[in-house]
Design a protein around this ligand. Structure first.
Ligand code: SF4
Ligand code: SF4
Length: 232
């Protein structure tokens, strides 16, 4: 189905599925239980959006598939964590006209990236260079909401609001530095906000629930798609 966006540009809608189902899948992908299952179609926007791709030292398969010259140490992360950059057009060097040239060996960051996280959380991705992702995000349509979907949507929006207003209460190293990190963090802490009465609890009770969910955090790369998803 074709629609027009706010600027009068033609857009195409893509089904994002049910919101509650999506949240379950996204959370298990972030836990590393499976890859994100995004119906990307022919889209490669996130591979062409000037994103640094984080690769951990345990990702030996991905590291073996990527020329070492394309990798550099990830700032503020332990030794062995690296980032892969992008070319002057913002394209990942592993991207070809036929798609990802190392698809079967792609980094975890790519495996967990799911741009529906922006549509689900309501976080605007307005960073420079991310316009193609933002355009794709506007095309997602979640199914007509069930009661469970509405509960999830309210909880995700509350989690985003909490992070914005009380970022100082998050464990050290969790503070989001990008729109992607903010949206993913909301997914990670959403359980604390599924109780519709969470706002009637003292702030420190909520903060403690969030801390327990997140646990101790390693330093996060400043960019990063997914685990952070590609930040992107
Ligand atoms: S921007 Fe979204 S739809 Fe496009 S390739 Fe990336 S995850 Fe898939
Ligand atoms: S390695 Fe990741 S960012 Fe690069 S082309 Fe493959 S999926 Fe895209």
């Amino acid at each position: 189905m074709t629609t027009m966006d706010d600027e009068g540009l033609e857009t195409e809608e893509h089904s994002a599925g049910g919101l509650a189902d999506w949240l379950r899948g996204m959370r298990s992908a972030l836990r590393g239980e499976h890859d994100a299952d995004v119906p990307c179609g022919g889209c490669t926007a996130c591979c062409r959006s000037s994103q640094f791709v984080h690769i951990g030292p345990e990702e030996t398969d991905a590291l073996a598939a990527i020329p070492p010259a394309l990798l550099f140490p990830a700032p503020q992360m332990p030794e062995g964590h690296v980032l892969m950059g992008y070319d002057w057009q913002g394209r990942c060097p592993m991207l070809t006209d036929a798609g990802c040239s190392i698809y079967e060996h792609r980094p975890r960051t790519c495996r967990t990236y799911d741009c529906r996280v922006f549509a689900a959380s309501g976080v605007e991705i307005d960073d420079a260079g991310k316009e193609m992702i933002a355009a794709r995000v506007r095309q997602w349509r979640f199914d007509d909401p069930s009661a469970a979907d509405r509960r999830v949507q309210d909880a995700l929006r509350s989690a985003v609001r909490y992070i914005r207003e009380h970022g100082d209460l998050l464990p050290e190293g969790s503070e989001p530095v990008t729109a992607t990190r903010l949206a993913v963090l909301a997914v990670e802490i959403v359980e604390a906000f599924l109780d519709p009465d969470w706002e009637s609890q003292p702030l420190d009770v909520t903060a403690q629930a969030v801390r327990v969910t997140l646990g101790p955090r390693p330093p996060q790369p400043g960019s990063g798609a997914g685990q952070p998803p590609r930040d992107p």
